[in-house]
Write a protein that binds this ligand. Sequence first.
Ligand code: ATP
Ligand code: MG
Length: 255
Amino acid sequence: MEPFLNIQHVQKTFSLSGSNLEVLRDIDLDIPEGSFYSIVGASGCGKSTLLRIMAGLESATEGSVRLRGREVKEPTLEIGMIFQESRLFPWLSVRENIRFGIFKTSPEDRQQIDEHIKLVGLTGFETALPGQLSGGMQQRVSIARALVNRPDVLLLDEPFGSLDAFTRINMQQEILKIWEQEKTTIVLVTHDIDEAVFLADHIVLMSRRPGTIKKIVKSDMAHPRKRSSYEYTRLRNEIYQEFFAEFKTDIEYSI
Ligand SMILES: Nc1ncnc2c1ncn2[C@@H]1O[C@H](COP(=O)(O)OP(=O)(O)OP(=O)(O)O)[C@@H](O)[C@H]1O
Ligand SMILES: [Mg+2]
């Protein structure tokens, strides 16, 4: 069978003030349709760069990204992306911000938009401006805007980084709900190992720059996952050990 989302030998070198900076080396990933992948790695290891290449926002120096066999060379409606910082237009309402994500507008949009507002739990806030919403609510508008074109793939770059712990846990649950309802293939970049263990069915551990794939940990824990369960703690521990082994410090990690 043809792979769904396939990353082949991706390498990326930036040129920075006259010298070359190798950021990604030999990245190979095969992401099946409907799966939930999470990518974790240290700051600066190339996670955002990899996601931007997958979204067609950046080109790889070598290698390719293919969706259903077709090379991704530029942004496409089949792939939606959510960035760490809110990119909403402050002068547009919730509804208008989501409408902005629609490629070709049509009369049925209103219903589509309102369905997505409901999906992210913002019914009643259709006419609010971003400044009148909390950080978590703004991020939910971004999610609705990314989903309104019904992308096959949703790429999330540390989308909950700026949120407090409570809102973050709520948003993780929202994302799971969307993943289960819409069957969207999800790739989530996070530096929060706990978030990855809570959400993903595959956790990709990246090495420090130049970013390579160190390990892919598979998780077949059923949802809803219990953070206190044995299996959860075991997996979380395994990833922490793996992650910190690279830093060669004397600080011992314990939970
Ligand atoms: N457009 C660019 N030009 C030059 N260098 C860049 C560019 N974009 C990223 N880099 C460099 O590539 C490296 C990886 O950056 P990237 O943003 O992908 O890291 P990251 O893993 O997402 O880090 P973080 O967890 O802090 O977000 C960094 O050293 C950065 O300076
Ligand atoms: Mg980043």
